[in-house]
Design a protein around this ligand. Structure first.
Ligand SMILES: Nc1ncnc2c1ncn2[C@@H]1O[C@H](COP(=O)(O)OP(=O)(O)O)[C@@H](O)[C@H]1O
Ligand SMILES: [Mg+2]
Length: 212
């Protein structure tokens, strides 16, 4: 199955989550990000002698065709790291995806960003696209539970989108681990961030089972 980490907005944590998921779930990654974050992450892994990830690229519709093998395939999964830009390849990735994972932060501006991405999902005029969309709250600060619940409610009410139970807090370990070519679990398996990534992996596995 195809898990597309996607958002039109940059800097929300797509590459961070995509690489952490790929390492922890031992999955290949299709890097559509113009910044080639996953490629560089993997390069650091390689140089450091850690187990490499399988990284694919695509620059044309034809080069995306191999995804057909993964679509709806319960035995074969891939993570797609979409760049922030709204172009044909990213639209195609959204169409191909079995699950779309959209990281957003907790601010008002992030909700405007989500509105923009949502309008692109809507444009496809295909209800199955909204059904496979899951929002994940990332870079969450130590705010009150009440505020987090409020934002979750707003996303559900305004957009009718599902929000994952798993949340990822904002912690320096994400930057540090990435620059060392490690997942946060590899960097510090007993850390709070490792726990959060592990529970995200568990939740995604359940979703794949349900949607498969
Ligand atoms: N949970 C987090 N905690 C701390 N920093 C984070 C977290 N998620 C992302 N970041 C940082 O935010 C920046 C943007 O993340 P990135 O994954 O590159 O976003 P995108 O791929 O959506 O553009 C990076 O510097 C990354 O280290
Ligand atoms: Mg990125």
């Amino acid at each position: 199955m195809i898990i597309n980490v996607a958002h039109t907005k940059g800097g929300v944590g797509k590459s961070t989550l995509a690489t952490n998921l790929a390492v922890e779930l031992t999955l290949p990654i299709l890097d559509l990000d113009m910044q080639r974050s996953s490629f560089f992450f993997n390069q650091i892994r390689k140089d450091a002698g850690y187990p490499e990830m399988k990284v694919f690229y695509a620059q044309s519709d034809e080069e995306m065709a191999f995804l057909a093998d993964y679509k709806g395939n319960r035995k074969k999964h891939i993570i797609v790291d979409s760049g922030g830009m709204d172009n044909n390849l990213h639209r195609l990735a959204i169409l191909y995806a079995d699950v779309i994972l959209t990281p957003i932060g907790l601010s008002q501006i992030e909700l405007l960003g989500l509105q923009n991405f949502y309008s692109i999902l809507e444009e496809a005029n295909d209800n199955s696209i909204l059904a496979k969309e899951y929002v994940i709250l990332n870079q969450v600060n130590s705010r009150s539970k009440k505020e987090i619940d409020g934002i979750k409610e707003l996303i559900k009410k305004e957009f009718g989108l599902k929000v994952l139970n798993s949340m990822i807090s904002s912690r320096k370990i994400f930057k540090d681990a990435f620059s060392e070519g490690k997942s946060v679990v590899e960097k510090q398996s007993k850390s709070a961030s490792a726990e959060e990534i592990n529970s995200l992996c568990d939740e995604i596995k359940k979703i794949l089972k349900k949607r498969g």
